[in-house]
Design a protein around this ligand. Structure first.
Ligand code: KG4
Ligand code: ZN
Length: 345
């Protein structure tokens, strides 16, 4: 006899995207994301404005998701939400909304770690096969850069991470130095397509183990641009494509080299890329080439599951709900949350 399907409503509001998804047995029925444009003119996310925009967006975004999924609130088995990490004011909107909904509908809550969402987005049921364990994931976003080893869904260990800026910040800060609007990562990707990645040489930091550092690269980049602009005030305009291609090339090399070392030393065959920076075309190509070179299998989620979304939160909610790890009303939004780990042995 087939078990009843499990339907999850998921809410993500950790930064500047208000997102709601509906999932049935690991398959996405709706995945709605509203990106807040207001931050563009400030050159970065303004926390106070982000939480205000979440408050305005969350109800219409949920109704849109329910409409697309063709379900009503009474069909839901559990409500998953991002408990952390992220901007506290932003998290509070999603967490309070999820708690209110849980009380009103008398349905269980499932608290979710945002970065575990990025990692477990690889297991959203779709046309492609899911990765097998042990699985090594390179998670690259605006706030994090991590190499995570998974022996099972929730048996995950961070084996390397950034000591300062995240990879997404390295992209966004470089873009800002070039006078490009926030978030600059996708623009660097765009201009780099027409540029020569070997035109300008930027340094690779010497950091031990599997950790990363991007702050030295940012300073080197800033000094280089300032020096060249002093010599020629139109240096950026004349060389934009080559500058973008060269800085992108260096960020990608730093990420790929460390990840390759970690995968080899841990005898991994299945590798994954996750987080917003996984949308970067040069990184995706380098990751696929790395897998071909080493005879590994590479997993890169579809674009809509790479940048912040609630489908990935639904996936974690679904997996936790299935093993009985539901949350409660006493749990509070947590800007610095640690992974939820359940060891398999
Ligand atoms: O995972 P995400 O959507 O949000 C966080 O949890 O931080 O990642 C956002 C980051 C931003 O830094 C953005 O510039 C970067 O992902 N990003 C990209 C690209 N698309 C998004 N960076 C480089 N190339 C891209 N195509
Ligand atoms: Zn994220």
């Amino acid at each position: 006899m087939k078990a009843n399907p499990i339907v999850i409503l998921a809410i993500e509001s950790s930064c500047d995207d208000t997102a709601v998804a509906v999932m049935c047995d690991g398959k996405i029925l709706a995945n709605i994301v509203t990106t807040q444009q207001i931050h563009e003119k400030y050159g970065g996310v303004v926390p106070e404005l982000a939480s205000r925009a979440h408050q305005q967006n969350i109800v219409p975004v949920m109704h849109e998701a329910l409409k697309i999924a063709e379900i009503s609130l009474k069909d839901i088995d559990a409500i998953a939400y991002t408990q952390g990490p992220g901007l506290l004011g932003s998290l509070l909107v999603g967490a309070s909304f999820a708690k209110g909904l849980s009380l009103a509908l008398n349905k269980p809550l499932v608290n979710v770690h945002h970065m575990q969402g990025h990692i477990l987005s690889h297991f959203i049921v779709g046309e492609n096969k899911a990765p097998q364990f042990p699985f090594l994931c390179l998670t690259v976003s605006g706030g994090h850069t991590q190499i995570v080893l998974l022996k099972d869904y929730f048996d995950m260990t961070i084996i390397g991470e950034t000591l300062d800026d995240a990879a997404g910040e390295a992209f966004d800060k470089s873009a800002k130095i070039l006078g490009l609007p926030y978030p600059g990562g996708p623009l660097i990707d765009k201009y780099a397509k027409e540029g020569n990645p070997l035109k300008f040489n930027f340094p690779t930091p010497r950091i031990p183990n599997y950790d990363f550092s991007f702050s030295g690269l940012k300073t080197a980049f800033l000094n280089f641009i300032n020096k060249e602009q002093q010599k020629n005030t139109t240096f950026i305009q004349e060389n934009l494509n080559d500058i973008c291609a060269s800085i992108q090339y260096r960020i990608v090399i730093i990420l790929i080299d460390k990840f390759e070392k970690a995968a080899k030393e841990h005898h991994i065959n299945h590798i994954g890329l996750a987080g917003g920076v996984a949308a970067n075309s040069a990184l995706r190509t380098a990751f696929e080439q790395l897998a071909i070179k080493n005879k590994w299998t590479a997993f890169i989620p579809p674009f809509e599951f790479c940048t912040d979304n609630a489908a990935m939160i639904a996936m974690v909610g679904y997996l936790k709900y299935k093993i009985g790890k539901v949350g409660n009303q006493a749990q509070v939004a947590n800007a610095r949350m640690e992974f939820d780990v359940y060891k398999s042995s």
